[in-house]
Design a protein around this ligand. Structure first.
Ligand code: ACO
Length: 326
């Protein structure tokens, strides 16, 4: 018989060693003739610092550190994993997938491994797919990773975007269980908004064609994000038969403190139920939710038996939520 649920049994995360404060970034940008300030960044976004990967680090390396921590917490060996899903928009290579590269680094060779590309919603997409595969009986123990090196696709001459993002990784081990774990999820996309947040360049004939750096209409993204996050949260709660007040922790994609606090207020959640890491990590895209989850677990905030709502929103335009019992 197929298991009724999948449950998170371990979490892990990793931040590259190099921490870049707003002041560090402001000084670096000033040398290029790009004006910004700690005050502007903090007031508009809540970000104080982010981490940037070293030149030799790859997205799979960041994912590997996070995956090893998650496996250790779950008490599992890599060889016991029978599914790897890797959420990223900054893969090591065009192909093969970063999931395959990670699989080899872990020594978990043989199990299915693939990437999910849904930008900042990537982790909730990947977790939902892993949950469905576990409940259908096609996997029993999945490793779900979100990792990004956005610093490599930022235009450091564009102050409206380069101050927002950072690098990092988070991971969870998700296992078949008869105890409640993932209770409900919702995924959405609307491709008519491709242009408001994208990296439009590609590779053709051995050349980069088009702009290979991130471009964003920040205000359009902001308005869409605020609208969809409340709606998706309510739809996910409805599916699980729960109310706003049943949420112990809200862990939204960490893009901007104003979007996150706005969502918490709409859900009538006190702000101390909101897990915030954007201040120290910046926006790490697909890594932001598992990084924040792992931080909250290791800080003793998120505890077994509590209801946690994860919410992603990002390029595509994509959005979604996963409601789970830890
Ligand atoms: N430093 C100083 N001034 C700046 C900077 C900067 N880094 N960036 C922009 N400004 C200036 C602008 O030029 C503008 O000046 P002007 O009034 O003279 O024209 C002024 O600040 C205000 O700019 P706005 O764009 O109106 O600022 P806003 O309050 O909208 O904040 C921000 C911009 C932070 C980008 C906001 O719109 C936002 O957070 N949007 C959502 C972004 C987001 O969540 N993105 C991630 C989605 S996830 C994914 O999929 C990757």
């Amino acid at each position: 018989m197929n298991p009724r649920y999948s449950r998170i049994t371990g979490t892990g995360s990793y931040l590259p060693q190099r921490r870049v404060t707003n002041q560090n970034l402001t000084d670096d940008l000033a040398a290029r003739g790009v004006a910004t300030s700690d005050q502007w960044i903090v007031e508009r976004t809540g970000i104080h610092a982010r981490h940037f990967a070293a030149p030799e680090e790859k997205t799979s390396d960041l994912g590997l550190h996070a995956a090893r921590q998650a496996l250790a917490m779950a008490g599992r060996q890599a060889q016991e994993i029978d599914l790897i899903i890797f959420a990223t928009s900054t893969p090591d290579m065009v192909f093969p997938s970063t999931a395959c590269i990670l699989q080899d680094k872990l020594g978990a060779n043989g199990c299915p491994a693939f990437d999910v590309q849904a930008v900042c919603s990537g982790f909730v997409y990947a977790l939902t797919v892993a949950d469905a595969m576990i409940r259908s009986g096609s996997a029993r123990r999945a490793l779900v990773v979100g990792a990004e090196i956005f610093s490599r696709i930022l235009d450091f001459n564009d102050r409206t975007t380069c101050v927002l993002f950072g690098d990092g990784a988070g991971a969870v081990v998700l296992e078949a269980s008869d105890e409640p774990g993932i209770l409900a999820s919702e995924l959405h996309a609307d491709g008519k908004y491709v242009d408001i947040l994208c990296v439009p360049g590609g590779v053709a004939g051995g050349e980069v064609v088009g702009n290979p750096l991130l471009q964003m209409d920040g205000q359009a993204v902001f308005k869409l994000a605020v609208g969809v996050l409340e709606k998706t949260a309510r739809a996910t709660l409805d599916k699980a038969g729960l109310q706003d007040a049943d949420i112990d922790w809200l862990i939204p994609h960490q893009a901007n403190i104003r979007i996150m606090q706005g969502t918490a207020k709409k859900l009538k959640l006190p702000l101390d139920k909101l897990v915030v890491t954007v201040d120290q990590h910046g926006n790490t895209s697909a890594a932001s939710i598992p990084l924040a989850l792992d931080n909250a677990v290791r800080a003793g905030q998120v505890q077994k038996g509590q209801h946690v709502l994860l919410e992603g929103v990002g390029g595509g335009f994509t959005w979604g939520a996963v409601l789970l019992k830890m």
